[in-house]
Structures are given as structure tokens and as C-alpha cells.
Design a protein around this ligand. Structure first.
Ligand SMILES: Cc1ncc(COP(=O)(O)O)c(C=O)c1O
Length: 358
């Protein structure tokens, strides 16, 4: 019963088969191969327009490169205060932006509202000595498993336009958000004003494949040079593209995310039926954040369940984790068996009834 994260599992069979196929014969290096050409065309199809694509091996590289192309060294990049880019990337975005700063703002469920961002921007002093805001970065899905609706993205992009800022989306869990909303990739991104996207595929079935998808041509200008300087132009580049070919074939990527989200739904529904358990935020993608008695969390761990505790920083107003309670994060993936979810729910039920009997 391992719910620690969605990167604890291996790659899916279609991805591994595509890799094995790509292993045969010789091909031009550094992304000049036929599979990479096909994958770039596939991204254009998926997003229903021309896009520039950079293929990399980690989400951190993808975010850092995307942000460095949108923010000059003297700029500010606004994000949620719990965003992966500010909290979990060891300063890589700031390192690649060469002096620019990330500014974290609050927001329930790790989501930023257009009002919060506008109020912050309107309050910034404007002088040559002050760093001007140049980009806003949002995560879709967020670090709290919530999802921005297309209209919320559009409101944020309107704020960005008014302030001459680019809008970046950290899509480490892009497809989990996509199938949750039931919209198209275009409707979740450029049609709402997203300028540059970190498209994640590793967590949902690839081995290590992420893409920077650029919708605004001026942001793509120096991106290949930046990618090489970051050591992310892979010499046997066909192997990233091959993963993505297996990933996209036959809607495998969508099916994987639908499975993960369904497992999260089962967990969420099952847990909220149990007395004394409530969710910190709605489970809108593939993560569930229950608040439960500390004794139940301990009993679940003792029964062999693995998961992380989570921060209370973005709880809804009025919500609190009591002194005898724990807030935990459960992440499911494309490979989580339904049986594992059911075993976890049974263990939670057993822990709570033991507690009630004591
Ligand atoms: C929201 C978010 N962004 C980006 C990443 C990518 O990180 P990594 O560099 O580990 O691939 C992650 C991974 O945990 C994430 O959760």
C-alpha cells in the first residue's frame, strides 16, 4: 500500500515497448531523428496549432528552462507560496533566470486567485530600482491536488496581459487535470492565455520524459541554446521521443490518467464515508488529502501503508487540523491497483473501529 507519490512506479508497458523498438539500428543524434520529428508533429496535433517543443528528462529542468525564457535576470516571477518551483527545485528556476526572483503568494488549495495576484501586482512600486513582474507560474494540477478551471486560467492570464507578464503552467500532472476537467489540451492552455507549458509525462507512465511546450514564438528564440547550456540536449534523443510515442499511442496517456483519477475518487469517497475523516481539499486529480485521527494514521502506517504528512498552509478558511489529528497526502498513479485502494480503505475502517471500541 504505497501512496507516497506517483513516481514510485516504473514505466508502463507501451512506453517500454516503444523504447525497445527505438533501440534498433542507427539514427541521427541530438534530436535530429525521425521519432523526434514525429513527436513534435504529434504535439502540434494535440495542441491544435504550431508549437515549439523542447524535450528534457526532469520536471525541474522543464520548469527552470521555461521560466528562464520568460523572465529576465531583473524580473519577478509570481507563483503560489507552496509551488514546486519555489519549494522543491533547490533554486533551479532562479539559478537559470540568473538573478530573477520567485515570489510566493497565498491561496486556498495551492491555487492562486486572479484577485490575489492583481492586488499584489497593483501594490508593487514601479521604479527603475524595483524588479518588475515578468511571469506568473501556476501548477495544473496543483500541489494540493486541486485543478484550475479554464475560466480561472483565463482570469489569471488577463491579469498577466494587463501587467505585461507571461503565463507559465507547471503541468507535471497536466493530463490528470485535463481528464478531470474533460476539456482539450488547447482549451486548458493557449486558448486561455497560457504562453509556456511544462508538460509532464514521467509521473503518468513514462520513464523520464518531459517537454517544454511554447505557444509564444518569441519565448522559444533562445530556448535550444538554454537547453544545451543546461545539459539537457540528450545525445541519444530518440529515447525521450520514443517514450512519448508509446505514451501518446492509442490514447494511452489519457487512459492512464483516467485510471489514476478514478483510484483517487474511490479513495476520496471511501475515506469520507468513514467517521472522523474529512478531506482538506476536494480530490480533483490523482491526489487525496484526508484529515484523520493521528491514531488512525499511525495504525495505517503500522499496517504497512506508506504516505507523507502534508502542510496545513493552504487549508480552506475555518478548517484546522486538531492536535490529535493528522493531514496526510495519498497519491495514486496509472499503476495503482484498485485492490490496493480497497485494502487501504479496509485498514482505515479497521483502525477507526478499534479506536471507537477502546
Ligand atoms: C508540481 C510539480 N512540478 C514539477 C515536478 C517535477 O519534478 P522533477 O524534477 O522531480 O521531475 C513535480 C514532481 O514532484 C511536481 O510535483
Amino acid at each position: 500500500m504505497n501512496f507516497v507519490s506517483d513516481n514510485i512506479v516504473g514505466a508502463s508497458a507501451p512506453v517500454m515497448e516503444a523504447l525497445a523498438r527505438a533501440n534498433a539500428g542507427t539514427m541521427p543524434a541530438y534530436g535530429a531523428d525521425e521519432i523526434t520529428r514525429r513527436i513534435k508533429a504529434r504535439f502540434a496535433e494535440i495542441f491544435e496549432r504550431e508549437v515549439s517543443i523542447i524535450l528534457v528528462t526532469t520536471g525541474t529542468a522543464s520548469n527552470a528552462l521555461a521560466l528562464s525564457s520568460a523572465v529576465p535576470p531583473w524580473g519577478l516571477c509570481v507563483c503560489h507560496r507552496e509551488a514546486h518551483v519555489i519549494d522543491d527545485e533547490c533554486g533551479a528556476p532562479e539559478f537559470y533566470m540568473h538573478g530573477a526572483k520567485l515570489i510566493g503568494l497565498p491561496g486556498e488549495g495551492a491555487k492562486l486567485s486572479a484577485d490575489t495576484v492583481r492586488a499584489y501586482l497593483d501594490g508593487l512600486p514601479r521604479a527603475a530600482k524595483q524588479m518588475p513582474p515578468k511571469a506568473l507560474s501556476i501548477a495544473q494540477a496543483t500541489e494540493c491536488g486541486t485543478v484550475y478551471r479554464p475560466d480561472e486560467i483565463a482570469h489569471l492570464s488577463a491579469v498577466c496581459r494587463d501587467h505585461g507578464m507571461a503565463l507559465h503552467m507547471d503541468g507535471a500532472r497536466f493530463v490528470n487535470a485535463l481528464v478531470s476537467l474533460g476539456c482539450t489540451p488547447a482549451e486548458m492552455t493557449w486558448k486561455q492565455g497560457v504562453d509556456i507549458l511544462s508538460f509532464g509525462a514521467t509521473k503518468n507512465g513514462c520513464l523520464m520524459a518531459e517537454a517544454v511546450v511554447v505557444f509564444r514564438p518569441d519565448l522559444a528564440e533562445a530556448l535550444e541554446h538554454r537547453t544545451k547550456r543546461a545539459g539537457q540536449i540528450i545525445s541519444k534523443g530518440r529515447f525521450i521521443s520514443a517514450q512519448l510515442e508509446g505514451y501518446f499511442a492509442g490514447d494511452h496517456w489519457l487512459d492512464n490518467a483516467r485510471h489514476a483519477n478514478r483510484m483517487a475518487g474511490l479513495l476520496a469517497e471511501g475515506l469520507t464515508r468513514l467517521p472522523g475523516i474529512r478531506l482538506a481539499w476536494p480530490a480533483e486529480a490523482n491526489e487525496v488529502f484526508p484529515i484523520l485521527p493521528q491514531t488512525a494514521a499511525d495504525a495505517l502506517r503500522a499496517a504497512g501503508a506508506a504516505f507523507m504528512g502534508w502542510t496545513e498552509a493552504s487549508l480552506p478558511e475555518g478548517e484546522k487540523v486538531g492536535p490529535d489529528e493528522a493531514l496526510i497526502r495519498l497519491v495514486v498513479s496509472y499503476a495503482t491497483p484498485e485492490e490496493e485502494v480497497r485494502r487501504f480503505l479496509d485498514a482505515a475502517r479497521a483502525a477507526l473501529s478499534r479506536q471507537a471500541a477502546e
